[in-house]
Ligand binder design. Structure first.
Ligand code: AP5
Length: 214
């Protein structure tokens, strides 16, 4: 099962990708998490990515494509994977198609979680992310059992640097300009499915399960 999650920043891609990954025991590959991990570990890739991420811009394609193409060929991806945050541009989508073709694979589903811009800013200001395991919470819609502490690993929960309202506005602009064209791209390849992301997390998950026949 090879799935790409599409949708604006804060649409719920990571939340749903985690639930699908648990259900099918396949990896959830988030390029945002990979970059944040690299920033935390002080790597060269992290240093390059940070400047773009803090401004709400996309990291250049050449820093992302090889990394993902390499990741999806690792042993734990043999049963499939969920890509969250990649591809994000048409060149990234083309790089993925070419890589899949070269290894005789194809995508099964591109799931677009639709949430209007006006809902996004409030969602992002309430998001809390775990500094230990990257689990995602929301102070209202999905609070942890103990405020500020991750239920899964006991790590500290923080507001992401790029979740400040000014940065979120820029991320939304970047999404509409560079990432939304992927919806037509995947319509064209026949794998696109749209889901209403304004519903509860459980209802969104139920709709996704319907799409993938789970
Ligand atoms: P990335 O980490 O991928 O961020 P994003 O795409 O902007 O998405 P988010 O993680 O912000 O949101 P999400 O859709 O996963 O929502 P979530 O489930 O957390 O990328 C960050 C940056 O890295 C980019 O800006 C760029 O700089 C760089 N980058 C990454 N990939 C790249 C690439 N391929 N190319 C170039 N640059 C790249 O949910 C959001 C909140 O809402 C949470 O609090 C959650 O609990 C809550 N929530 C979720 N669902 C619901 C619901 N149904 N109802 C109510 N609340 C909900």
């Amino acid at each position: 099962m090879k799935i790409v999650m599409l949708g604006a920043p804060g649409a719920g891609k990571g939340t749903q990708a985690d639930m699908i990954a648990d259900m099918f025991s396949i990896p959830h590959i988030s390029t945002g998490d990979i970059f944040r991990e690299n920033i935390k570990n002080g790597t060269e890739l992290g240093a390059k990515a940070k400047g773009y991420m803090d401004k709400g811009e996309l990291v250049p394609d050449e820093l992302v494509c090889d990394l993902v193409v390499d990741r999806i060929q690792q042993d734990d991806c043999v049963k499939g994977y969920i890509l969250d945050g990649f591809p994000r541009t048409i060149p990234q989508a083309n790089a993925l198609e070419e890589a899949l073709k070269a290894i005789g694979q194809k995508l099964d589903y591109a799931i677009d979680i639709e949430v209007p811009d006006e809902n996004i800013i409030s969602r992002m200001s309430g998001r809390r992310s775990c500094t230990g395991c990257n689990a995602v919470y929301h102070v209202v819609y999905n609070p942890p059992k103990t405020e500020g502490i991750c239920d899964k690993c006991g790590g500290k929960l923080v507001l992401r640097d790029d979740d400040k309202p000014e940065t979120v506005k820029n991320r939304l602009n970047v999404y509409h300009e560079q990432t939304q064209p992927l919806i037509d791209f995947y319509k064209g390849t026949g794998v696109l499915h749209e889901v209403d992301g304004t519903q509860t997390m459980e209802k969104v998950f139920a709709d996704i399960k319907n799409v993938i026949g789970a």
